[in-house]
Design a binder for this molecule. Structure first.
Ligand code: PGA
Length: 249
């Protein structure tokens, strides 16, 4: 059986003091939580948060990583540097990276393979724009992003890959995909994994939903057969909203 995995993407928010306060509160409030948890703060907050979540049931994630190990790459942060801080997971291919910062599937695939090679877990984000959904292309877009994102990834490494389906039109907009619409895309992506890696891998892979997940809609989303957790943005910034999502029942 797949376990539920609830991740908080803090995006470009919080100072070290604010991050420490939130991380400490989450450690306390989620210590009896039954699911798998992760927080992904900004690079500058990782060391602070690492010291707080170390040895707890909350994993430490980064929101991005460079495609190269080291070298002349001004402004980039390497997986080696992230690992050195205690990072266990990297979020790659987030729609803000794809659409605001121009990351394409080839670059995301390069980053993903490097992160896997260094033993990290990867959350690979996929999802369609509103115009792509309206044109009936949601499935095709998610399929392309999944196939290209995973190109060259060995079956043995797939256990460290999580997919996050995040329809771009639902991110930070307050609009959530209906549980039925989200589940349909999750099922489709699971089918894509089945075509690439076989039915057993398809049955095992964790597929999170992301896009305006809130305490009010978390349980209905998670009740769906193919939705295995959430990648939470805005609601991850406060315990009052993240903890009820993390402890949905
Ligand atoms: P949101 O963001 O929950 O604020 O919509 C989700 C995400 O971008 O991961």
């Amino acid at each position: 059986m797949r376990e539920y995995y609830i991740a908080g993407n803090w995006k470009m928010h919080k100072t070290r003091a604010e991050a420490a306060e939130l991380a400490r509160a989450l450690v306390g409030q989620l210590k009896d939580g039954k699911h798998k948890y992760l927080v992904a703060p900004s690079f500058t907050l990782l060391e602070t948060v690492a010291a707080i979540v170390k040895g707890t049931n909350i994993r430490l994630g980064a929101q991005n990583a460079a495609a190269e190990e080291q070298g002349a790459h001004t402004g980039e942060v390497s997986v080696l540097q992230l690992k050195d801080l205690g990072v266990q997971t990297v979020i790659l291919g987030h729609s803000e990276r794809r659409h605001t910062y121009g990351e394409d599937d080839a670059l995301i695939n390069k980053k993903l393979k490097l992160a896997l090679r260094h033993g990290l877990e990867v959350i690979l984000c996929v999802g369609e724009l509103l115009e792509e959904r309206e044109a009936g292309r949601a499935e095709a877009v998610c399929e392309t992003q999944t196939v290209k994102g995973l190109e060259g990834v060995a079956a043995g490494d797939l256990g460290r890959v999580v997919i996050a389906y995040e329809p771009v039109w639902a991110i930070g907009t307050g609009k959530t995909a209906t549980p039925e619409d989200a589940d349909a895309i999750h099922a489709y992506i699971r089918g894509v994994i089945g075509k690439l890696y076989g039915p057993e891998a398809a049955g095992k892979i964790i597929i999170q939903y992301g896009g305006s997940v809130k305490p009010e809609n978390a349980a209905q989303l998670m009740a769906k057969e193919n939705i295995d957790g959430a990648l939470v943005g805005g609601a991850a910034l406060k315990t009052e909203t993240f903890v009820p999502i993390a402890k949905f029942s």
